[in-house]
Design a protein around this ligand. Structure first.
Ligand SMILES: [Zn+2]
Length: 274
């Protein structure tokens, strides 16, 4: 912990990378048939046989009224009703006033709600607060917050009213969340560019990569970051995860692995720094 503390204190910048493990530690569990899932989606569970959020996200509902009922209920609970957790507060203390950037596949926009700058976040698989044409007939990204609020208020028996189902303003077809399940997914080019600019700027400086809750085999974020750590002169790679720490052999001299609960480890790290 002392060595990690020194690395963070002396860093020119911090790159935070986060995936499911962080969401799970905050109570948003995509894969569990847990009490939170059963409470929110008991009717969907019975009607469609879904056993976790991810199954609900990918279920082939017959109507858009059902699809949007699922999403509006999910987004209301995990985005609109979210209040920043201890993990986020500790993380903000750890970053302090240092330059930072966040790359995440979590989509629930918790970093943004917790007060991190949205211009310094790259949601690599999209977000739950935006939608696009399902056929990607044009590349405009639309906000959904107001629409979701109306849907959630009007949802009845697992259906939203037909008049609230959005249509593409160009082709008249379906809209879908801009969230990485479909081949028509529209990438956020601006955020991707800001991320690359950050990497270019700090690649040859003292950069600390702080990885939170990313599975050992993750190819989307973890693998590229381990390659980045290997090629940069002064990059430190810190991975925090519960029961699943993996550090590639070629970066082990510049890496730290902390196995345990993110809530506890972030609190410990933050108090070591202050
Ligand atoms: Zn369209």
């Amino acid at each position: 912990m002392r060595e990690i503390q020194n690395k963070i204190e002396n860093a020119d910048a911090i790159l935070i990378a986060a995936s499911n493990g962080l969401s799970i530690s905050e109570g948003y569990h995509l894969f569990a048939d847990n009490p939170a899932f059963r409470e929110l989606f008991s009717d969907f569970r019975t009607k469609y046989g879904i056993r976790c959020i991810i199954q609900g996200m990918t279920y082939p509902y017959k109507t858009e009224e059902e699809t949007w009922a699922f999403w509006s209920r999910l987004i209301t609970r995990y985005v609109h009703s979210y209040t920043p957790t201890c993990q986020m507060k500790e993380l903000k203390k750890i970053v302090g006033k240092k330059p930072y950037f966040i790359i995440t596949s979590n989509a629930e926009t918790h970093f943004e709600i917790a007060g991190f700058d949205s211009k310094k976040i790259y949601e690599i698989e999209g977000t739950l607060i935006e939608m696009q044409c399902a056929k990607a007939c044009h590349k405009t990204i639309y906000p959904v917050t107001e629409m979701i609020e109306k849907m959630a208020a009007a949802e009845k028996d697992g259906l939203v009213p037909s008049e609230l189902v959005p249509r593409c303003p160009i082709c008249g077809g379906s809209m879908q969340l801009r969230y990485g399940f479909s081949p028509s997914f529209i990438q956020d080019e601006d955020a991707s560019e800001r991320y690359m600019t950050f990497i270019d700027q700090y690649y040859n400086q003292k950069l600390v990569i702080l990885e939170l809750g990313i599975g050992a085999g993750n190819r989307l974020i973890k693998e590229p970051l381990m390659k980045l750590a290997a090629s940069g002169r002064d990059i430190t790679y810190i991975t925090i995860n519960k029961g699943e720490i993996y550090i590639a052999g070629n970066i082990k001299d510049k890496s730290f692995g902390l196995d345990g609960d993110l809530t506890d480890i972030l609190a410990e790290l933050s108090s070591a720094l202050s």
